[in-house]
Design a protein around this ligand. Structure first.
Ligand SMILES: [Zn+2]
Length: 347
């Protein structure tokens, strides 16, 4: 049914009236060098994503948004949405025309939903992964600081917090740039927080453009529904890739292989000479594991691997050992791919 609905309605060149919002800069498509920009159209009953392939309309659009003026778009097409499977986007092509509506609109200019406050229940039920939201919440729990190693080898700290409103509570991954933005039991308006979906559980994560504004107490919240930050799962490893890096004692980056008979070496990343004795091995294991009934990519960090004396700290042997085990009982943060602890190994 979904596939039938997704077919673009090419013959139906419609006219739509409404207001224009959130106009992006003009972009150039990578493969075909086509210029376009995105916007959001406020129709009578909904907000619809717009992709406009007439870059010369960019200034007009911006002007109309600033003046909150009604617009009429002629000869547009509805094409399957890039973001939600059930929706259609508005495509403004070369045949489309921008004008003023013939009649006055019977609805007013309103900010689109991403700028409006959403409830946590609404996020859990209606928002998709990577969509952004604005919420009015109270911080009800702050977890410990955890380190994450990004693909580029950069170490970043994060904390898992629980936020609640009158409808529900949700876990939110707070990156270190935002540590000082929040206090326990304080209410905030948070804009541009992104939705994640892991194992069918919705969580939130802060992004570089997430903003926190302390507010008056939001009133009663769903405290009874205070959810655990971490869960224990029995997982079966389906594939594993282990690596061992020689960690610089200054910048934590991999210094590569070196002659251990030398007393000192220079790190190519931070340029600091240091004793080879101070360089530590850092192990990391990426696995694809069966969690409940889904295959999920998980990362087992160095600290967790070292916490298990029964694991062999050698990349090849560790991969084999993990694959030979029947199952692992691991602790995971809800919505996170980093293993916090291995509490049991079934051999
Ligand atoms: Zn270094």
């Amino acid at each position: 049914m979904a596939s039938a609905q997704k077919r673009p309605k090419r013959d139906e060149n419609e006219t739509i009236d409404g207001y224009i919002h959130m106009i992006s800069p003009v972009k150039t498509s990578k493969n075909k060098n086509i210029k376009y920009f995105n916007a959001v159209m406020q129709e009578k009953l909904k907000f619809t994503d717009v992709v406009c392939f007439k870059p010369d309309l960019h200034c007009n659009f911006q002007d109309l948004e600033k003046k909150k003026s009604p617009v009429s778009l002629k000869n547009i097409q509805r094409v399957p949405s890039n973001r939600t499977s059930a929706d259609f986007d508005i495509r403004v092509g070369f045949a489309s025309e921008l004008s003023t509506p013939v009649r006055a609109l019977d609805f007013d200019f309103q900010p689109p939903p991403t700028l409006q406050t959403t409830t946590i229940k609404d996020i859990e039920q209606n928002l998709n992964a990577f969509q952004k939201a604005t919420i009015a919440i109270k911080v009800i729990d702050i977890g410990p600081t955890e380190s994450r190693t990004t693909r580029s080898g950069q170490v970043m700290d994060c904390k898992h917090i629980i936020v609640a409103d009158s409808t529900s509570s949700i876990s939110c991954c707070l990156w270190e740039a935002h540590f000082d933005s929040i206090k326990l039991a304080q209410s905030y308006k948070i804009t541009n927080v992104a939705v994640r979906n892991f194992d069918n559980i919705k969580t939130l994560t802060t992004c570089p453009d997430t903003a926190f504004e302390a507010t008056n107490d939001i009133g009663p919240i769903v405290e009874s529904e205070k959810k655990p930050i971490s869960v224990e799962k029995i997982i079966r490893i389906k594939s594993a890739a282990c690596t061992a890096a020689n960690k610089c004692s200054v910048c934590s980056k991999d210094v590569g292989n070196f002659n251990s008979e030398l007393d000192t070496i220079k790190c190519q990343s931070c340029n600091m000479r240091q004793r080879t004795l101070d360089i530590t091995k850092q192990y990391k294991c990426e696995v694809v594991a069966q969690v409940d009934n889904n295959n999920t990519k998980l990362i087992i960090p160095d600290l967790v691997l070292r916490g298990r004396p029964d694991l062999v700290l050698d990349p090849n042997q560790l991969e084999t050992q993990l694959l030979n085990s029947v199952s692992l009982t691991v602790k995971l943060n809800i919505g996170c791919t980093h293993v916090l602890d291995i509490t049991h190994i079934q051999n």
